[in-house]
Design a protein around this ligand. Sequence first.
Ligand SMILES: [Ca+2]
Length: 489
Amino acid sequence: MGAGAATALFGGCAPAAVRNRTMRRPNIVFIMTDDHARSAMSLYGNRILQTPNLDRIGNEGLRFDQAFVTNSLCLPSRATFLTGQYSHVHGMRTNGEDSGFTAEPPLRNAQTWPILLGAQGYHTGMVGKWHINTLPQGYDYTAMIRGQGTYFDPPMWIDGQWRPQQGHTDDVIGDHALHFLRNAPRDRPFALLYQFKAPHRDWNPAPRFRKRFEDVEIPLPASFDEPLEARSQAVRGTMMRIADMPDFRRGAKPGGPQGEALARTNFQQFMRNYYRVLLGVDENVGRVLDYLQQAGLAEDTLVVYTTDNGFFLGEHGLFDKRLMYEPSIRIPLLLRWPGGIEQGRFDDAHFALNIDLAPTLLELGGAPVPATMQGDSWKPLVEGQPTEWRKDFLYEYYEYPGVHCVRPHRGVRNARWKLIEFWREPREYEMYDLANDPDERRNLATDPAHAATFAQLRQRLAELRRQYDDRDPDDYLPDQQVPQECHYG
Ligand SMILES: [Ca+2]
């Protein structure tokens, strides 16, 4: 670590040369994967999966260690990254709602950061997974896969029509990102959304990765065999246990392993493929980083790496996301901009949320930030400047009944505590002391010794709801949600 990095790490100011250069409008490459657990990256401590290109973004820039989403589900989180608003404000609370962006409030496409930067002269592009129920509009270049997409030969929406593509989705999306970058005009800045399908189920890797990890036994998380009996009815009623899934192996025949043995077989199968598709993401991120370097664009380009939500990788015996537990809501978040961010920065002191991205990119891109955006720009954090920052945050989840059967809930998390409220009857609470129980295994919500903390957190939750204009009644169900049964997905 150089002296400059050490200064930044301990809260000092960036050197004047770096500070002044932040005045220039950067190009932006916003990279988003789907369902990428923070722990599935070597930079965040994974010892089996090596992700040298993703790590490069953090090592050559800034790594946030306290980054979270405010609704751990694909479509709602993607809309939040674009609008800087909570789900209850932008209106896309679930994957099932068929509303997308419209010309009218509150779902205005025009109030998303790429469109606002386009109005300030940015050349804009969207390649890969979009997953919002209206087509991306107003981009100079679009190459979009349909809905969740497919892992092989995904047709793409290009120039107003579906066009066939050949190859693995990660590689096809990578090709279109390079196409956009090679053809972007050099007389104005560009902003690209580079959004992968992987590592979303069903985790189908490119042939060149299929043998990787074949002889590797992935360690089970400590809480893998945890019974859920001590938790709320809401959590006991979810359908997210790996042990309850059918055999994940392709072409599996009846009569295979059952019970605990099946849970372990499923875990190894799922984790190996999850890691394999991430190797494809890493490689395709590397292609873009290499191109930026070769084209002389790296210095003036802000590369952001993140995901739309975290993922359970066997913690509490679960997979998928949604619940307000750490593996689901905590995300990787990396920013590299050699011209504006010191190399080797690490921030584990500030909560960075998905509502913050839009105000951040607008401010760095020299565009006004609409007052309707609810997040805070990371600019002072990026520059290592002292700043007043949030001490806690509000979380919300709505999609029910539906895939994995997770009841609606909301909650507040601060540096030490987390309160979760399943707000519809039967109303239930969970509360965790993250300082002493980081794996969230002892629910203290009804423990008399912590009654005062419980009351404080409930009060704080009400305050945060008012602050963020959450007026949903406790029996709220999204208007356009199609009634359906709970299922495993
Ligand atoms: Ca997702």
